[in-house]
Design a protein around this ligand. Structure first.
Ligand code: ATP
Length: 420
């Protein structure tokens, strides 16, 4: 039996289409042509790629059948369904009989690749491939086929009927809250409870009606059963690297690099400050240098945790390096300093509150005239406790691992998070 691996990417535009939709059409067309589709994967790549349309997704299918036929069918669908008229759309289709090693995928999910690097991998694999226009989609298509998934999750995508594309989506929000209630923690990011919004229904004019994310096909199917919407079209279940932190590098060598994402430990260097627009920043000392960390306004309640940090706290952060700052996704508070304020002491003789005797002159008691030189100290309770904290569902990136899936592998010694 011949196994065929097919990769697709960069077919959509801000005005419409979605590579996952073409993947779903392709799976059906391959079955129609007599093949068995044995795997379908939705692979997210480096979220910091600026030329992405939305979430930097690429698709890979595995089928038992002839590569030539699969390539012909895939190119036919990409040619007829891609948004080729859009300046930023540069599709890629790849078909091969063996999966390349995972190195190209790791570079594409954590760093940056070129079309030439992709075509080198494809040529080494004797792949059939076609790049449209600039052929940039060959990068994502190759990476999706090469992806290894040591940790994986599932997404069930439900598409609209084609006549409804571009119109307002008709959904019953309460059914999404019910689905979440019945299936969380095995599903996540269906709704954002603290912000009272449905997050799994896009607002863009693409064919997706909604997507349910969860641990297994069983869990997402269970959640799907609760959901009430307009009449639906195709449905497709993908294995994915979403919610796995696959984009994070844990051993940065030297300086943090622009467009890379990290999980790193450091010490809070400056008091958090709220900027115009509601973004919250602070300095974090990592090894010998200090970087600015930012929790943007859309991260909502997460900013309150950040405001609770104090210089000297030990933390682990995850996030992406952009414009030399670290945009935060999660933080683990591993060690907290005492919040002690200095104030006028109480008089050791009569117990009344003393007052300052002047600069560098200590404190005096107005009643009994006693003098002391050491200030009093008062410990103020901290607003946060040790543990991991994350942005709300509505601000979460596709690749970021939600805490509902458990603490990060290297949790910084934290065994539980607040609220667990
Ligand atoms: P679509 O639904 O079409 O996949 P998208 O939001 O996923 O939309 P694309 O339109 O595919 O984004 O644009 C991303 C482009 O960036 C693709 O051409 C892809 O091949 C390319 N790309 C992905 N990861 C990298 C990377 N690490 N380095 C360079 N290019 C990349």
């Amino acid at each position: 039996m011949v196994f065929t691996y097919i990769g697709l990417d960069d077919t959509d535009s801000p005005q419409g289409m979605c590579t996952t939709y073409i993947g779903a059409l392709l799976a059906r067309s391959l079955v129609h042509a007599g093949m068995r589709v044995t795997d379908a994967r939705l692979i997210r790549l480096n979220p910091n790629v600026t030329w992405k349309t939305r979430g930097n997704a690429a698709i890979a299918l595995e089928a038992d059948g002839e590569p030539d036929l699969a390539f012909e069918i895939a190119c036919g669908l990409v040619s007829s369904h891609s948004e080729l008229a859009c300046d930023g759309t540069h599709p890629g289709v790849v078909v091969m009989e063996h999966r390349p090693g995972p190195a190209f995928y790791h570079k594409a999910v954590q760093g940056f690749c070129t079309v030439e690097e992709a075509t080198t991998v494809l040529t080494d694999e004797d792949a059939l491939f076609r790049g449209y226009k600039l052929g940039r989609g060959l990068i994502g298509a190759t990476a999706a086929v090469a992806a290894e998934l040591p940790d994986e999750t599932t997404e069930l995508l439900v598409y609209r009927r084609s006549g409804a594309f571009g119109t307002k989506r008709l959904v019953d929000p309460s059914s999404f809250f019910l689905a979440d209630l019945a299936t969380r923690p095995d599903t996540w990011d269906t709704v954002d409870i603290p912000n009272n919004t449905v997050v799994c229904v896009p607002h863009t004019p693409d064919p997706v009606l909604f997507g349910i994310r969860g641990e297994t096909p069983f869990h997402v199917a269970r959640a799907r059963g609760f959901i009430r919407t307009e009449p639906t079209g195709m449905e497709m279940v993908y294995r994915t690297n979403q919610g796995t932190d696959a984009h994070l590098e844990t051993q940065p060598d030297g300086q943090l690099q622009e467009g890379h994402s990290y999980r790193i430990s450091g010490t809070v260097a400056t008091r958090p400050a709220t900027l115009k627009g509601g973004h919250v920043t602070f300095g974090l000392t990592i090894s010998a240098s200090t970087v600015t960390c930012i929790a943007f306004e859309p991260t909502k309640q997460f900013r309150q945790v950040i405001r609770g940090l104090l210089p000297g706290d030990s933390i682990v952060v995850t996030g992406s390096c952009k414009k030399r700052s670290l945009n935060l996704e999660k933080i683990g508070v591993t060690g907290m300093v005492r919040n002690v304020v200095r104030e006028s002491p109480f008089c050791p003789s009569c117990g009344s509150r003393m007052t300052s005797a002047g600069r560098n002159k200590g404190y005096k008691c107005r009643l009994c005239k006693a003098r002391v030189f050491v200030p009093g100290e008062r410990e103020i309770a901290r607003d946060i406790t040790p543990g991991w904290y994350e942005v709300p569902s509505s601000a979460r990136r596709h690749l970021a691992r939600p805490l509902v899936r458990g603490l990060p592998d290297d949790a910084g010694g934290i065994e539980r998070s607040p609220g667990e």
